[in-house]
Design a protein around this ligand. Structure first.
Ligand code: NAD
Length: 516
């Protein structure tokens, strides 16, 4: 008998309608009344202030403080590790069904607070209504999906019979891990990376990204209400480079679940490989990293569909998605026609505050804005700037949607992840050439093809080296349970979040043989 009703993805609101818009504005007003509060660390379900703070501000109104999160120091690392192990000893003894019910309770709490959680991200991360709601829906999906997936792992695995013996293989949890998410899906990715390992009996120390600690604190409020035993999920914001290294290096850290940039991921990989004094295991490390995602348009494509898919994939959330299209590779025959349609679409995107539900909002921080402007400057030297390229509105970290055309294959903007509203349009001789260009990257996260030609589509299915390949649609917006997500090559360990194998990564198999 199934414990829960079948998994279904959380529905989205239609924000073209006045009713949903009104409800969202109401949620924003309620959140506005709570700005500027302080959020302590949560260790063993208890608050702890550290005397130092991370100040979180609104990317679209840079002087506005969203809240302050306590900054963890080296002195709190032993206490948090001890609390997490205490939590682990209790939680790992619960049955899968008991844990799954706690997850379903958490999902219900988050669902009741859905618009409020989304509104926090509109203000803290600069996400318009649909982007922020989708982030919240994905978080809820992860919790519901992993609750159901965990039940599949409760039963012993089948083995062949052997005369005179009983042989049983079963999966057990592994211990305490460190969860290090990025700021770009500050609720969805943080929730999935936390709840995956927790669903199967592990405990975690969550170090949210420093740009978005307040939405992580709101998740923690939901966790506390759901009734997880003390120490199972600990909220531990802090500077990536100071406590990040210490958490990764700690001899009692059993696994590291990281999503972020290639540079930080490689650093973690190297450090975690070293067996520290007193450490009695090999650390498991999961790294979901960057992308340089390409959309190919061939001569048979519906060019209106292609232009719409490219604009949505390149500029949704200002291009700050690991799945965002940053290379638009177009075959020569339709290059000029497609570029014209693409520019018309991108040029029509209105820029303004996320709170006003504009399609394009500010980028996350002054640092990000500066880094993107650096790429735009390089782009101007190596390619043809055809749209945007400048900052906009001084009240936030705004950048115009930017398009470079005729970008050579070796240009920095064609090779490196920019993580902003900048697209490199590249000309290919034909479909084979387009596929070659798309694959000529150290990354392999998402990709797409717009085509009506069956041979091209089948060839892309076989040869396009992307962990998530989309045909005749946008290349962002993977759904939990529907499109398991994770890349190839230097895009990471292909953990496939929201997929059927994810939870297994945080377990070990034990085989017991008894001869009678
Ligand atoms: P980032 O690497 O700068 O930071 C990620 C996290 O690592 C943050 O919490 C940060 O505080 C922490 N950190 C920084 N230095 C650390 C250290 N030395 N030790 C431990 N932790 C440390 O990345 P970001 O800017 O937050 O996120 C954007 C990146 O994430 C992009 O490259 C994007 O492609 C990638 N991303 C990948 C996926 C995926 O599924 N593959 C999903 C979302 C984002």
């Amino acid at each position: 008998m199934e414990l829960f009703e079948p998994f279904r993805n959380e529905p989205y609101s239609d924000f073209t309608q006045e009713g949903p818009q009104q409800a969202y504005r109401q949620a924003l007003a309620e959140v506005r009344n709570q700005l500027g509060r302080d959020y302590p660390l949560i260790i063993g379900n208890k608050p702890l202030e550290t005397g130092q703070w991370i100040v979180s501000s609104n990317p679209c109104a840079k002087d506005e403080v969203i809240g302050r999160a306590a900054k963890a120091q080296a002195a709190q690392i032993e206490p948090v590790m001890a609390a997490a192990y205490q939590g682990y000893h209790e939680w790992s003894g619960w049955s899968m069904a008991e844990r799954a019910r706690t997850l379903v309770k958490l999902a219900a709490i988050m669902r009741r607070r859905k618009l409020e959680l989304a509104a926090w991200m509109t203000l803290e991360a600069g996400k318009n209504y649909a982007e922020a709601e989708a982030d919240t829906a994905e978080a809820i999906d992860f919790v519901e999906y992993y609750a159901r997936q965990s039940l599949r792992l409760a039963e012993p695995l089948p083995t062949y019979p052997y005369p005179g013996e009983e042989n049983t293989s079963f999966l057990i949890s592994i211990g305490v891990g460190v969860v290090i998410p990025p700021w770009n899906f500050p609720l969805a990715i943080l929730t999935g990376m936390t709840i995956g390992p927790v669903a199967v009996g592990n405990a975690v120390i969550v170090k949210p990204a420093s740009d978005t600690p307040v939405i992580a604190a709101k998740f923690m409020e939901c966790v506390l209400e759901a009734g997880f035993p003390p120490g199972v999920i600990n909220y531990f914001p802090g500077g990536g480079s100071d406590i990040g290294d210490a958490l990764v290096d700690h001899p009692r850290t059993r696994f590291i679940n990281f999503t972020g940039s290639l540079a930080v991921g490689l650093r973690i990989n190297e450090r975690a490989a070293k067996v520290q004094s007193g450490q009695t295991w090999l650390k498991k490390v999961y790294l979901e990293l960057g992308g340089k995602d390409a959309l190919i348009v061939d001569e048979s494509a519906d060019l209106d569909l292609a232009a719409a898919a490219a604009a949505a994939s390149g500029y949704g959330y200002q291009g700050q998605k690991c799945s965002a299209m940053s290379r638009l590779i177009v075959v020569d025959k339709v290059y000029d026609a497609l570029l014209k349609k693409f520019l018309a679409r991108v040029g029509a995107l209105k820029l303004g505050p996320a709170e006003g539900n504009y399609p394009v909002n500010a980028v996350i921080s002054a640092k990000a804005q500066e880094s993107i402007l650096g790429y735009i400057a390089k782009g101007k030297e190596q390619a043809r700037l055809v749209l945007g390229g400048k900052t906009a509105r001084p009240d936030g970290h705004y950048l115009e949607p930017t398009v470079f055309a005729d970008v050579p294959e070796d240009a920095a903007i064609a090779c490196e992840e920019i993580f902003g509203p900048v697209v490199a349009v590249m000309r290919a001789k034909d479909f084979s050439d387009a596929l070659r260009i798309a694959n000529d990257s150290p990354y392999g996260l998402t990709g797409g093809v717009i085509s009506r030609q069956r041979e091209h589509i089948e060839r892309a299915r076989r040869e396009f080296m992307a962990g998530n390949l989309y045909v005749n649609r946008k290349i962002t917006g993977a759904l939990v349970g529907v499109q398991p997500f994770g890349g190839f090559k230097l895009s990471g360990s292909n953990a496939k979040a929201g997929g059927p194998d994810y939870l297994r990564l945080f377990m070990e198999m034990k085989t017991v043989t008894e001869r009678f």
